[in-house]
Design a protein around this ligand. Structure first.
Ligand SMILES: Cc1cc2nc3c(=O)[nH]c(=O)nc-3n(C[C@H](O)[C@H](O)[C@H](O)COP(=O)(O)O)c2cc1C
Length: 481
């Protein structure tokens, strides 16, 4: 029941008595170099590199041949990727341990000319995208992925999180979306989730945000309340896939109605006043995200967490203004969107992650998601991040490469809103094709980025993008593929 598709089967690792806070390390006071100087230095190096590339001239053909040979080698190797697909299918078929269960105007002219699948006028993976005042350097983004590593149970990120996020920013991701971060302590999926529910947490994020930005990526954070799927176990606490008992640090959960998820504890139905309070909690957390330096905010309305519990007619049985028809069931999300926008202002992109279906008969589906996406657009949402599932227990999900892309494409076309596609996108050509076919505006690489933080740089190489156009930080240009 983790926002985690990997069945981590460590024995109950009871750590509550141990000091795992990394408290003796405090890198937060480190010197941040002058970002402008770094950028300028990078730019002048880039000029040199460009001249070098031009001078090389004929080397291009050689590179092409090399790439061909490499891709022949890669398809021979194939078993690696296939093995990982198998892993995912197996794991995802397993009800209690899969991802679905737990979570479940173009600018610039850097269109990648060598990206063979790119169609005229369509962006490539390395085409920047601008939303409001923020330009993201490319369309390969890191989706939010919980790491359950706030061992002190205080919601504060640690040196692990710095290393994890900043290395993926150096790996070339355009946007790095930090994992589901709780807007209230009771909204944590597990006791070890990150949080932005109090001002004291802001400083612990700042150095991570600085690190992501310094590496050239846009720093975003996903804000979440887990509702009836809160207070579950994780590798550091034990009780994986179960509710954590109160004596082990668990807490009572809340939801739109008192219907439990699978075998988890029964939640208490929220009062209208409490719902209003939670709208405020999302807005306040967004304000803290701004104070920490985040450049974009994603609202988690997917995977069966609180907001999607309101959306789904199989979960929301309320008779008041927050239940009933689609307008009523969407009210909480729309109020959160408006409140977050009111806090972050007009220049900051607000994204919403949705589950486009709960994969259950009579439940939340694509048609409702399209209507919702139109509402989100009207309320100023800049991009809909399209996932599926995680809302109801015991459903079967047809997991395979690109399995969620058709949902993204339908939402993009029918709601006329920018979308990102995610879910078993593991190969560079596969990702490039999704954009060149116009199925999505952005692709997100999740588990493949857990095994390869440098996925975008490797993709640039595989697609024949010159290293001078790939998202290398100046420090790493000499190591270009
Ligand atoms: C370890 C792990 C943690 C995840 N945590 C989150 C999360 O915090 N928020 C979220 O919306 N999705 C979460 N997901 C789902 C991913 O963002 C992504 O949608 C999913 O893994 C499918 O993409 P992939 O096949 O590229 O991994 C998580 C997935 C994994 C594997």
């Amino acid at each position: 029941m983790a926002d985690n598709d990997n069945a981590i089967t460590r024995d109950n690792d009871e750590t509550s008595g141990e000091d795992l806070t990394h408290g003796n390390f405090d890198f937060r006071g480190f010197d941040v170099p002058d970002l402008k100087a770094v950028t300028l230095a990078g730019a002048s190096d880039k000029g040199k590199r460009d001249r070098k590339e031009k001078a090389k001239g004929g080397d291009k053909a050689k590179t092409k041949d090399k790439n061909k040979a490499k891709s022949r080698k890669a398809s021979k190797r194939g078993s690696d990727e296939n093995a990982s697909h198998d892993d995912v299918s197996n794991v995802s078929g397993n009800d209690s341990n899969n991802t679905q269960e737990r979570h479940g105007e173009t600018v610039g002219s850097t269109m990648n000319k060598k990206d063979t699948s790119a169609k005229k006028d369509r962006p490539g993976l390395f085409t920047p995208i601008t939303m409001r005042a923020v330009t993201v350097r490319n369309r390969i983004w890191l989706p939010p992925m919980c790491t359950y590593s706030a061992y002190a149970r205080d919601g504060r990120p640690t040196p692990f999180h710095y290393q994890h996020y900043v290395s993926r920013a150096f790996g070339g991701f355009g946007m790095v979306i930090a994992e589901a971060t709780a807007v209230a302590p009771e909204g944590r999926i597990s006791p070890c989730d990150l949080g932005l529910w109090e001002d004291g947490q802001i400083d612990s994020w700042r150095w991570i945000v600085d690190g992501i930005r310094e590496a050239g990526a846009v720093a975003a954070v996903q804000l979440n309340h887990a509702g009836r799927k809160a207070s579950t176990g994780c590798f550091a606490v034990g009780y994986e896939g179960q509710s954590v008992p109160q004596e082990a640090g668990g807490w009572p959960t809340v939801a739109p109605s008192d219907i439990p998820f699978g075998a988890l504890n029964k939640p208490r139905a929220l009062s209208v006043d409490e719902i209003h309070g939670l709208v405020g909690a999302f807005a306040a957390a967004a304000g803290r995200a701004m104070a920490a330096g985040f450049q974009a905010v994603e609202i988690h309305a997917a995977h069966g967490y609180l907001i999607s519990q309101f959306l789904d007619p199989l979960i929301n049985e309320r008779g008041d203004e927050y239940g009933g028809d689609l307008t009523g069931r969407s009210r909480f999300l729309i109020e959160v969107v408006d409140a977050v926008r009111g806090t972050v202002g007009d220049s900051v992109p607000v994204l919403v992650r949705v589950s486009a279906t709960d994969w259950a008969a009579g439940g939340w589906d694509l048609d409702q998601t399209i209507v919702l996406a139109r509402m989100l657009k009207e309320h100023g949402v800049d991009l809909v991040d399209v996932s599926t599932g995680g809302m109801v227990s015991g459903v079967s999900v047809p997991v395979k490469p690109n399995y969620q892309v058709p949902f993204a494409e339908q939402i993009k076309t029918k709601a006329d809103v920018p979308v990102s596609a995610v879910g078993l996108i593991t190969k560079s050509k596969q990702a490039a094709k999704i954009l060149s076919r116009g199925e999505a505006d952005v692709v997100e690489i999740g588990r493949a980025a857990l095994r390869d933080p440098y996925w975008p740089l490797r993709a640039a190489n595989k697609l024949g993008v010159p290293s001078s156009e790939a998202p290398y930080a100046p420090q790493y240009v000499r190591g270009a593929y």
